[in-house]
Each structure stands twice: as structure tokens, then as C-alpha cells.
Design a protein around this ligand. Structure first.
Ligand code: HEM
Length: 366
């Protein structure tokens, strides 16, 4: 008995030592704020684009209006003010965070699933912020002179796949119908677990904790972004069979008589292994690197749910690549999103006979 316990202990020590040495080996290889593109990424990205186009053609046969492939259900597009905080430590004063300033912004709230899915269903929610009046050359040649800087968030701090290759396989299985998706999930149980974790019920969009899930440059370091409510309303899920669009209705009710405040944070990469660039399934631990507030967001009291403003929100395009070079998106998922968002936005605009244009400021709709 004693000998067996000693053997077990030795095995445990050996395992711990080999884990520690593999970690330190990785640590030697990986550099902070550095990307490691895997082979086959460009091909996998093109496959995704092909699958997405096929899906849009199937979901929106002409003359139906073509929506976004992801996040088509728009709760609302609201006006917001984005104010960079004063007294930021020097190392974070980069790009839009360089100086205390207030930018006009549009914020679009969405569900990942389609128009017909009721808000009470478990889903991923989206919040996309577009700052306007941001000076400086932007990354995409087609948007080089645009005055916009976007930040794109989901209602989670992690993404479900490590890379575009696995995302492409997931998409293919979903496009193939229930049986093929079922087989895929049964053979990818880790992904199934994450997929069910990120799909949540939401009582009130202004109470959601938002995460960029993927990293971005901030000068020469890597950060993730998060947006948290300053004072959560404490709303509860509606009882019984609620209205299909209760999330928009609650936004309308809130913004009819009060302003909403959110706080915008960065989380700096402080360890290249525990806070990887190439795997957004890994949540960056707040004990390793706390959130640092860099801006406040005010969503002033307003009426936003007019048909004209809803249509305008549908016509806008948000992309992590609508950005200054110092805020360049990092990691494989983001690299894939460059071509995916540009191509898919153009595809839906072309199908609708429209042209996507970056806004310069708020517009007041009647
Ligand atoms: C390979 C992975 C991904 C693919 C294929 C993908 C695909 C897309 C597409 C096609 C759109 C619509 C673009 C348009 O027509 O304008 C979109 C929008 C969106 N995506 Fe992704 N996406 C991916 C990863 C992510 C990640 C990691 C996030 C995390 C924040 C995210 C959040 C969003 C949100 C919030 C929107 C809606 C933006 C808006 O309001 O216009 N996506 N995505």
C-alpha cells in the first residue's frame, strides 16, 4: 500500500515537472503581442466566405432584403457619446485613447440568430460601436480616409473555436442540416460545451457584460476590450411567453426617460502563454491582468426605433478592421474576419442595390 502511494506521488511529481517544462518551452517560443498564423488559414477563410454566400442566397431569396449573415436581428441603433478618461498612464495613451476627448458614436445591438428567433431563446448577443471623427489613416485601403473606428463585442469573453479552420468545419456542418451539425458536435464535445456556454438568456441589453473575445494591438502591446454596465438595472427575465422583441421594447422604455452609462476597459496581455493571441477560447484571467478603464460611454435619452433609423442601422457595416493601425486586430480569427466582413458586407449591399458608406456624424431621423 505504502509503495503504491509513493509510486503515485512520484508519477504526479513527474507529470507536474513535464507540464512545467512544456510550459516554459512554449514560453521561450511565444512572444508578447505577436501573431503565429497557421498553415491553410487563407484557404479556410475563402471556404467560409463561400459557405456564407451560399447561406445568404438560400436564406434571402430575391426580392427579399438580404441581411447580415451573422447578427441580423437588430434591436436598435442608438446614438452614444464615447469619452476617453483623463489621466491615463502614458503607456495606454495610444490611438483614440491618446487624449481625453469625446467622440460621437453609433452603437448597434443585435442577436446572433435570425429575425424570427424570439429574444427569450438562448443566443449570443452583439454590440458594435462605431466612433466618428477619429483622425488618422485607417488600416483598410478602401477606408483609409474614413473617420470611423469600430469596436465589435459579443455577450461573452471567449469565442467558441480556436481558429478559422475549425470555424469553417462548424459552419459547414451547420449548413448541412441538423444531422450533420449533430454529428459534428458529438465529435467535438469541447466545442459543444463552449457553444452552449456562450448562448445566454438576457433580461436587459444594458446589463450585459461585453467582450471583444479576440485581441487587438494597443501600440506595441496586445489588449482585449470589455464593456461593462456602470449600474446594472437588475432587470429580470420576463415571465410566461414574452414578446418576441422584448429586448428592443425594454431599450425603448429605458431610453424614453433615462440616460445609460457604460464603462470601456482594456485588459493588457501580460503572459504570452496564459493569455494567448491565437486562441480566443482562452479567457484572459483578471487576476493576471485586471481591466483598466479607458473610456466612458453615455447613451443619452432618445427615440431610436423609427423605421428609417432601423433601416440605416441595417445598412451600416461594422468590422474590427475599421480601425487605426495602432489598434490592429490580432490573432487568426481576426485575420480571417478582415476578408470575411469586407466581402460579406459588400455581398449583401450589392444584393440590395445599396452602397456601404462610413458615416461622418449622427443623423437625425424623423
Ligand atoms: C470566423 C469567425 C467569424 C465569422 C465567420 C464571422 C462572420 C460575421 C459576418 C459575416 C458578419 C456580418 C458582416 C456584415 O455583413 O456587415 C458578422 C457580424 C458580427 N460579428 Fe462576426 N464573425 C466571426 C467572429 C466573430 C467574433 C470573434 C466576434 C466577437 C466579438 C463577432 C461578433 C460579431 C458581431 C457583434 C457582429 C455584428 C456587427 C454589426 O452590428 O454589424 N464575430 N460576423
Amino acid at each position: 500500500m505504502m509503495a503504491r502511494n509513493v509510486l503515485r506521488l512520484c508519477l504526479l511529481v513527474l507529470l507536474a515537472l513535464s507540464f512545467a517544462s512544456s510550459l516554459s518551452a512554449q514560453r521561450k517560443d511565444l512572444l508578447m503581442a505577436t501573431e503565429y498564423p497557421p498553415k491553410g488559414e487563407a484557404e479556410a477563410t475563402q471556404k467560409i466566405i463561400k459557405l456564407l454566400k451560399e447561406r445568404l442566397e438560400k436564406d434571402y431569396p430575391a426580392p427579399e432584403r438580404t441581411r447580415r449573415d451573422a447578427h441580423p436581428k437588430q434591436h436598435g441603433l442608438v446614438k452614444a457619446e464615447f469619452t476617453v478618461v483623463e489621466g491615463l498612464p502614458k503607456q495606454y495613451r495610444v490611438g483614440v485613447f491618446a487624449e481625453p476627448a469625446t467622440y460621437h458614436a453609433w452603437i448597434r445591438y443585435s442577436n446572433l440568430s435570425g429575425q424570427k428567433s424570439p429574444d427569450i431563446a438562448k443566443d449570443s448577443r452583439g454590440m458594435a460601436i462605431k466612433l466618428m471623427g477619429v483622425e488618422g489613416e485607417k488600416i483598410l485601403p478602401a477606408h483609409a480616409t474614413a473617420s470611423t473606428q469600430d469596436f465589435v463585442f459579443m455577450s461573452t469573453q471567449i469565442f467558441v473555436t480556436k481558429d478559422v479552420k475549425t470555424f469553417g468545419k462548424l459552419l459547414k456542418s451547420i449548413n448541412g442540416g441538423k444531422v450533420s451539425a449533430g454529428v459534428f458536435f458529438l465529435t467535438h464535445l469541447g466545442l459543444l460545451k463552449l457553444f452552449s456556454e456562450v448562448r445566454i438568456q438576457v433580461a436587459n441589453l444594458f446589463d450585459v457584460e461585453w467582450g471583444s473575445t479576440t485581441p487587438y494591438l494597443l501600440g506595441d502591446r496586445a489588449v482585449k476590450y470589455a464593456v461593462l454596465p456602470r449600474t446594472p438595472s437588475g432587470s429580470e427575465l420576463p415571465a410566461g411567453t414574452p414578446s418576441e422583441n422584448y429586448l428592443r421594447e425594454r431599450m425603448v422604455a429605458t431610453l424614453s426617460d433615462q440616460d445609460i452609462y457604460l464603462d470601456f476597459f482594456i485588459q493588457v496581455q501580460t503572459d504570452p502563454v496564459l493569455m494567448p493571441i491565437e486562441d480566443p477560447r482562452v479567457k484572459w484571467n483578471r487576476n493576471l491582468s485586471p481591466f483598466i478603464k479607458v473610456a466612458s460611454i453615455k447613451i443619452p435619452r432618445q427615440t431610436f426605433d423609427t423605421p428609417a433609423q432601423q433601416l440605416y442601422g441595417d445598412q451600416l457595416s461594422f468590422s474590427p478592421w475599421h480601425a487605426l493601425k495602432v489598434h490592429r486586430p490580432l490573432g487568426g480569427l481576426n485575420r480571417g474576419r478582415r476578408a470575411i466582413y469586407e466581402t460579406m458586407s459588400k455581398f449583401r449591399h450589392d444584393r440590395n442595390g445599396e452602397v456601404s458608406e462610413e458615416p461622418e456624424d449622427w443623423i437625425t431621423f424623423q
